[in-house]
Every structure is written in C-alpha cells, then in structure tokens.
Design a binder for this molecule. Structure first.
Ligand SMILES: CC(C)(COP(=O)(O)OP(=O)(O)OC[C@H]1O[C@@H](n2cnc3c(N)ncnc32)[C@H](O)[C@@H]1OP(=O)(O)O)[C@@H](O)C(=O)NCCC(=O)NCCS
Length: 225
C-alpha cells in the first residue's frame, strides 16, 4: 500500500513539470486522491461489498470530480492530470504508465450489452483532454489520442489519433496522408494493409466461432432474440 502511494507520487513528479515536491502532490493533486480512493473501492468491489464500493467511488467523485467505477481495472503508474470530468466505466481496463487528461471518458456506446462494454487501454497510452473512447475497443500500446477526439474503433500500437470520429494521423512515427487518394504514401498503404489484415482475422474468428443464435431456452428470449 505505502509502496504504491510512493510509486504514484513519483509518477506525478516525473510526468508533471508543475509538480514541485511530494507534499504538494499529496495535498493538491486530485488524480492522486482519485487513484488512491479507487484502489480501496476496487478492493471492496472485488470482495463483493458492492454498495460500499459504489458509495466510496461516489465520495471520490464528489471530492475530486473524477468518476471511476469501482469495477474498473487500473494498472501501475497511471497519471490523471487535472482530472475534472474524467469518467471510467465498470469494465474499462487501463494498462501501466497511462496518462489521462481532464474530461476523458472511457465509456460504453450505450448499445452494448454483456460483460465487456468499455475500452481497454494498453501501456503508455496518452489520452488528451476531452477525448471520448467508447465501446469495447482496444487502444494499442504507446498510442496518443488527441484532445477532444471521439474514438469508436480499435487503434493499433504507436498511432496518433485525432478528430471525430478518431482517425489515425501518424503510425510508427510516420505521417499518414490518407486524404490524398491520388498519391497515398507508403506509410498510409502499409497502415491500410494492416487494418485490412486485422479485419480479415476478426471476420475469420467470427466464422470459426459463430455466436449462438439464442442465449437461452427461455420463451421470451426465443421470441425476441
Ligand atoms: C494529437 C497531438 C498529440 C499532436 O500529435 P502530433 O503527432 O504531434 O500531430 P500534429 O501536431 O503533427 O498534427 C497532425 C494533424 O492533426 C491535427 N490535430 C492535432 N491535434 C488535434 C486535435 N486534438 N484535434 C483535431 N486535430 C488535431 C493537426 O492540425 C494536424 O493536421 P494537418 O495534418 O491537417 O495539419 C496533440 O495535438 C494533442 O491533442 N495533445 C493532447 C494534449 C492535451 O490534451 N493536453 C491537455 C493539457 S491540460
């Protein structure tokens, strides 16, 4: 527990040029308070003390302006900068060394049902202020999501995404000139090829393991599949 607190303080001192010392971080960083309270709430959630966990998470929101569902999984060295308005949904998974700015939403699309409705954010991802990452999608390692983007599809590793809906503007350090259809550059073609290969693999796995037509033998489910 104390090791984790020390880690969190070191992370903030390392990544925020404005942070001057540990005392300042402990007293003045809502991201630090939110993650500390979330760990307690997550422990309660895992111990199946659901209501207590929700109450603690709600207190956390009241205190910091950051709403993290107690079921969400957050890795090591996460840094929530400023934090106000950040929302992290129940089935979101955040990897290690991730940075989230204020107003980021890791949410559901509102259409998904079932177990995993929220995104998975891999290691070292940076998500700019106000960005919305929606649905059960994955943001690959080391990617950067531009401020105010709305991302609705999987993003590969090492990509920079901007806009609504989010589009990849750089991949593996190379600019993708995807708007120039007459003369797309090599990086853009390579990226499109990788996207198509991934789509093909996804389709193949759907064909090999088709979803069951009906979830149960319940008469209502059969009538409204
Ligand atoms: C996306 C970002 C990381 C820049 O990445 P980059 O790889 O350096 O990209 P560039 O600056 O070269 O921009 C690439 C293109 O995307 C556009 N772009 C950059 N950021 C954008 C954004 N947030 N929304 C829409 N378009 C954006 C640029 O205008 C440029 O467009 P062009 O090719 O038509 O000229 C940065 O702009 C950003 O949004 N960072 C988030 C920082 C943040 O939230 N800070 C909060 C501090 S409190």
């Amino acid at each position: 527990m104390f090791g984790q607190l020390r880690d969190d303080i070191a992370t903030i001192l390392q990544r925020d040029a404005a942070a001057r010392n540990a005392i300042e971080v402990i007293l003045c960083y809502p991201g630090f308070h939110a993650l500390t309270l979330h760990r307690l709430a997550h422990g309660l959630w895992q111990a199946e003390w659901y209501l207590l966990a929700r109450i603690l998470s709600n207190t956390n929101r009241f205190w910091t302006g950051i709403e993290i569902h107690p079921g969400a999984t957050i890795g090591k060295h996460c840094f929530i900068d400023h934090g106000m308005g950040v929302v992290i949904g129940e089935t979101a998974v955040v990897g290690d060394n991730v940075t989230l700015f204020q107003g980021v939403t890791l949410g559901g699309t509102g259409k998904e049902k079932g177990k995993k409705r929220h995104p998975t954010i891999k290691n070292r991802v940076v998500i700019g202020s106000g960005a919305k990452i929606l649905g059960n999608i994955t943001i690959g390692h080391d990617s950067v999501i531009g401020a105010s983007s709305v991302v609705l599809a999987n993003i590969p590793e090492n990509a920079t995404v901007v806009g609504i809906p989010g589009r990849v503007v750089t991949h593996n350090g190379q600019r993708l000139d995807t708007l120039n259809h007459d003369e797309p550059n090599d990086a853009a073609l390579q990226y499109q090829l990788e996207v198509m290969q991934q789509q093909l693999a996804d389709l193949q796995s759907c064909v090999e393991a088709p979803a069951p037509l009906f979830k149960s033998n319940n008469a209502d489910d059969l009538a409204n599949p």
